[in-house]
Design a binder for this molecule. Structure first.
Ligand SMILES: NC(=O)c1ccc[n+]([C@@H]2O[C@H](COP(=O)([O-])OP(=O)(O)OC[C@H]3O[C@@H](n4cnc5c(N)ncnc54)[C@H](OP(=O)(O)O)[C@@H]3O)[C@@H](O)[C@H]2O)c1
Length: 312
């Protein structure tokens, strides 16, 4: 199968298009023929060796934490059958930038009929990050006020839609060029961070979700109501230290570590089936354009998501 590989950590130039044997689906795993693979900032962080303690030193490595494709095999007792359209978030071991992946069935979910492979591949990692942050850590519910920082990015644009699905009032932070688009996703209010520092807002929120991890953690408490929750996508030591103090304080601080979960994907899948949630794909690349794709994701300027089309 074709695969976009790295043989060492480094810049975008270490990405190499190669041919390797397809994985074998052992111990009840499902073999999926990948149609589209999502691209996430964590992919360039793994490529650079920034999270080597999780990704290890075994090479070659196939990056990619998001896939959408077709089930090839049918293990005994599996809820999936050959030909099913499925999508999944993978773990730090990656494996998405390739023709096939062998995936534990509990990470998979069927793609709703109204959603194509391209959009399905754009959802899992960013969507699960937004859902697990807002639902598990933020305990989101109808009527709460939510501030989403980085509302135009992969995680943020899905967080806006998910928070609206829960009936929250959403204040979104993005730059002026993305303002109308973020409003069209359902945000109630928009703060243009190039004109106003979100830290200067006098309003307080039940949940502050820093999807791009750009707010100063030590000062972010001023944006929270007395029982408010701050969630960052960056697991910095400072947040873990502040998290230890949660038992002594009404205001809670957390860093999310998104987990693969077919069950959580099913909830997102139902939102998509009901037209309440849809990822926006800004650019589609061929695997041979891995270098360009990684340069763009590393720029932190993407609107919505980037994906690889395995048929290009
Ligand atoms: N811990 C976890 O489990 C987990 C999971 C997923 C993602 N993450 C991390 O979360 C971060 C965000 O991921 P992502 O996929 O959403 O990234 P992304 O799509 O690359 O984010 C790009 C977006 O961020 C906006 N942005 C850049 N600087 C900003 C600022 N100062 N204030 C507000 N918006 C700003 C950009 O808009 P403009 O061009 O308008 O500035 C752009 O639309 C990454 O660091 C990623 O590694 C962590």
């Amino acid at each position: 199968m074709k695969a976009l590989l790295i043989n060492k950590y480094g810049g975008p130039e270490v990405l190499t298009l190669g041919e390797i044997p397809a994985p074998v689906a052992e111990s009840g795993k499902i073999l999926v023929q990948i149609k589209f693979a999502g691209i996430n900032p964590v992919d360039f962080k793994i490529r650079k060796g920034m999270v080597f303690f999780l990704s290890g030193f075994k090479f070659p490595k196939i990056l990619g934490g998001d896939i959408a494709g077709i089930v090839e095999n049918q293990p005994e007792g599996s809820p999936y059958k050959s030909g099913d359209r499925v999508f999944a978030m993978l773990n730090f071991k990656g494996g998405g930038y390739a023709g096939y992946a062998a995936i534990p069935s509990e990470w998979l979910c069927k793609i709703p009929e109204n959603v194509g492979f391209r959009d399905a591949a754009a959802l899992p990692l960013a969507g699960l990050t937004a859902l697990q942050s807002l639902k598990e850590l933020g305990k989101i519910r109808t009527g709460v006020k939510v501030l989403i920082n980085g509302a135009s990015g992969g995680v943020g644009h899905l967080a806006v839609q998910i928070a609206k699905w829960y009936g929250a009032e959403v204040t979104a932070v993005c730059s002026g060029k993305n303002k109308d688009w973020v409003l069209s996703l359902g945000a109630d209010n928009v703060v243009d961070y190039t004109e106003k520092d979100p830290m200067e807002l006098t309003e307080q929120f039940d949940i502050v979700f820093d999807a791009v991890a750009k707010l100063p953690v030590l000062k972010a408490g001023k944006l929270l109501k007395e029982q408010g929750v701050y969630i960052s996508t960056m697991p910095l030591p400072l947040i873990f230290i502040r998290q230890l103090l949660n038992v002594f304080s009404g205001k809670k601080f957390y860093a999310i570590m998104a987990k693969p979960s077919g069950k959580d994907l099913e909830l997102l899948s139902n939102m998509m089936a009901g037209n309440a949630l849809m990822p926006f794909v800004e650019r589609v690349y061929a695997l041979s354009q891995g270098k360009e794709a990684h340069q763009y994701i590393e720029s932190e300027r993407v609107r919505g998501k980037l994906v690889f089309d395995l048929n290009l």
